[in-house]
Ligand binder design. Structure first.
Ligand code: NAD
Length: 350
């Protein structure tokens, strides 16, 4: 295995990991350890080329710095990406090599599951290095993060509804939920319990019918969910859903959902603001998942109070960001970035 260190401006460490015998090509990026060891999942995808993989790892690791800081966690931002089709190209030997590559960073980067990776894959890497979270079993194993992510999204919808719609409780509101996977399904259950009406969509029609039956929601086609008339739109599927094309079609007062990278560009946050739609920044809304993973990395003995305290802190951060955005009449997405950058600047080494 060959590990090459790439010198990339703005990043503490970037490794290019290659082993042709194992058909392994991967990048590990440590964006920042200013707040603590860098933490962020490992993703495996059939990237078009090496440049696309490097671009993704840089973007995602930086995103983790922001997400971890917003969640008030003592963790920095990092990410790993592996080039290949997870269904055909992954092997135990490849995962073991990745574990050894992570070990060379001596705990400056912690990995966990992301797209194309499973708890079983994490276990293979954990045999080579202790810096692996997202394990299915073990003393501090944190398991599936999505119920905690959904709790955070539910809280964020509460904050957003209060501010955008002057509602103190969610009962009677209509929420349009896009994507009914791990996060979306848990979220729908909580919203239904709180008395919300639901409009739902998933590209898996069977899943949409099942969740709608369970939560009393109305199913619409995947390409119709964005333009549904509702109080809040909750994207819980893919990134880039809020863009120049979709935003003019929105018929909601607010957007708050679990999906990562909802804005195609930061300008789309401005566009939402100009349309009078309150946007709850995604990396604050969906921080519950990393809070859950953090309990494993930080070996938290008493998980529930830790999770609850950090979810409360996320809510408070969201309140602050939305209030500042209102005072300054600017997009909450820009205020969120600025808020996190201020937290990081405070921790700048002397
Ligand atoms: P998932 O794969 O379990 O679910 C995604 C669902 O969306 C699937 O049911 C899929 O069929 C559906 N879908 C895909 N494209 C769609 C489209 N165009 N329209 C409608 N439905 C579509 O994923 P998840 O774990 O629920 O994560 C959902 C989003 O939340 C992702 O963006 C993920 O990165 C983000 N997120 C998840 C967590 C977590 O704890 N799982 C934490 C933070 C962020």
């Amino acid at each position: 295995m060959k590990i090459e260190r790439l010198d990339i401006d703005g990043y503490e460490e970037v490794l290019r990991v290659e082993d042709p015998d194992l058909r392994l090509l991967a990048f590990i990026a440590v964006h920042s350890t200013r707040l603590g060891p860098a933490a962020g999942g490992m993703r495996m995808r059939p990237y078009a080329d090496e440049r696309a993989a490097l671009h993704d790892v840089l973007r995602l690791s930086r995103g983790m710095t922001y997400k971890n800081a917003a969640a008030d966690l003592p963790l920095g931002g990092g990410k790993a990406v592996v080039v290949g089709d997870p269904a055909h190209d992954k092997s135990p030997a490849m995962l073991a090599a990745l574990g050894r590559a992570i070990a060379t960073l001596d705990g400056r980067y912690w990995t966990a599951e992301d797209m194309g990776m499973s708890p079983e894959d994490m276990a293979v890497m954990a045999a080579e290095t202790p810096y692996v979270a997202g394990l299915a079993s073990g003393q501090f194993a944190s398991g599936d993060p999505s119920p905690i992510t959904a709790r955070g999204v539910f809280n964020a919808i509460g904050v957003t509804a209060r501010r955008a719609l002057a509602r103190t409780d969610l009962s009677g509101l209509t929420i349009a939920v896009q994507g009914l996977g791990h996060v979306g399904e848990h979220l729908c259950r909580q919203l239904a319990d709180a008395g919300c009406g639901l409009i739902v969509a998933d590209t898996d029609a069977g899943r949409a019918d099942r969740v709608a039956r369970g939560c009393g929601g109305q199913v619409v086609a995947p390409d119709e969910i964005v333009a549904q008339g509702a109080d809040v739109f909750a994207p819980c599927a893919v990134g880039g859903i809020l863009n120049e094309r979709s935003i003019p079609t929105l018929k909601v007062g607010a957007v708050a959902g679990g999906a990562n990278n909802q804005l195609e560009t930061l300008d789309d946050g401005d566009r939402l603001h100009a349309h009078g739609i309150l946007y709850a920044p995604d990396y604050i809304v969906n921080g519950g998942g990393i809070i859950n993973v953090a309990t494993e990395i930080l070996r938290v003995e008493d998980r529930e109070p830790y999770v609850t305290r950090h979810l409360k802190s996320l809510e408070a951060t969201l309140e602050r960001v939305l209030e500042t955005a209102k005072q300054e009449d600017v997009s909450p997405a820009r205020v969120a970035d600025r808020t996190v950058e201020a937290i990081l600047a405070e921790k700048r080494p002397a």
